[in-house]
Design a protein around this ligand. Structure first.
Ligand code: 1HE
Length: 261
């Protein structure tokens, strides 16, 4: 079934267990205005329970030009704090949501666009994607969680260098340093995203829940707490009837084996 119910700035298409969500502000290079962020959050909030995986795309030639700079020219410090809170809430709901999100990155993935990408679960870069943090050039700073989330991906030292120099990183380097999980030729990102989405959607829901919600917390916990959290999640997932039936399917030779890459 295909359906589309969409606020203007964000398009939603649902096809069975897969939702395709598109940043739909190409004339402004998908610059992330407060309205767009609110619409994005609403779109994720309202995904039907039948949706198991989402793909996030940017319309036009670029994934996203980052923060809508026109919204900053008159803003005060307090409004800046409030704006960051909007970004944090939207990204928290997406990263720690029910639905794993795969993104296809192309063209500019800069500033807040990279902050958004870093909150998503699987990042596919097309060869023409380029990544930069021009905040220093604009006289501002990260404000959409990049200090935390991009640091977790590439480390504090690389982030420092990117921000100080404004250096533009190409898709291959992004892949090498951990910004992207895959690099594919231009125009092939969506095919790979759909292929991966089917695999992700076929996992047990409770396993996907644990991957999205427990893994990032465990990474921040001291070892003793992390191991306890892991053991709890492990115990809960393995006691689910879905796990029992999948384990038996393997033992009865009805499930696929892991094959060499
Ligand atoms: C914008 C924005 C934007 C484009 N906010 N309006 N981000 C940046 O510093 C990146 C700024 N943008 C660019 O460097 C370029 O626009 C691109 C490389 C992304 C694309 O270039 P191009 O030649 O395809 O497009 P363009 O002609 O520059 O832009 C088309 C229109 O989009 C134009 O508006 P128009 O009314 O003249 O048609 C641009 O002004 C507009 N536009 N980018 C507002 N970002 C939570 S903190 C995060 C902090 C940051 O994200 S800092 C990084 C901000």
């Amino acid at each position: 079934m295909n359906s589309s119910a969409s606020p203007n700035l964000v398009e939603l298409d649902i096809d069975g267990p897969l939702a395709t969500i598109t940043l739909n502000r190409a004339h402004k290079r998908n610059a992330l205005s407060v309205q767009l962020l609110n619409d994005l959050q609403l779109t994720f909030d309202n995904l039907p329970s039948t949706v198991k995986t989402a793909i996030l795309l940017g319309a036009g030639e670029h994934f996203s030009a980052g923060l809508d700079l026109s919204e900053l020219t008159e803003s005060t410090a307090v409004e800046g704090m409030q704006a960051s809170a909007i970004w944090y809430e939207a990204f928290r709901k997406i990263q720690f949501g029910r639905v794993p999100v795969i993104t296809v990155l192309h063209g500019a993935v800069v500033g807040g666009g990279l902050e958004l990408a870093s909150a998503l679960h699987i990042r596919i870069a097309e060869e023409n994607a380029y990544f930069a943090l021009p905040e220093g050039q604009r006289g501002i700073f990260l404000g959409g969680s990049g200090s935390v989330r991009i640091t977790k991906l590439i480390g504090f030292s690389r982030l420092t260098e990117m921000m100080l120099t404004g250096r533009v990183i190409n898709a291959d380097e992004a892949h090498r340093i951990g910004l992207a999980h895959y690099v594919v030729p231009n125009g092939e990102g969506l095919n790979l995203a759909k292929e991966l989405a089917l695999k992700v959607a076929a996992n047990a829901s409770l396993s996907n829940y644990a991957i999205l919600n427990a893994l990032p917390l465990i990474a921040e916990q001291p070892m003793s707490h992390g191991l306890l959290t892991e053991a709890l999640m492990s115990a809960i997932t393995q006691s689910d009837p879905e796990a029992k039936s999948r384990l038996n399917a393997f033992l009865d030779k009805r499930a696929s084996k892991v094959a060499p890459a």
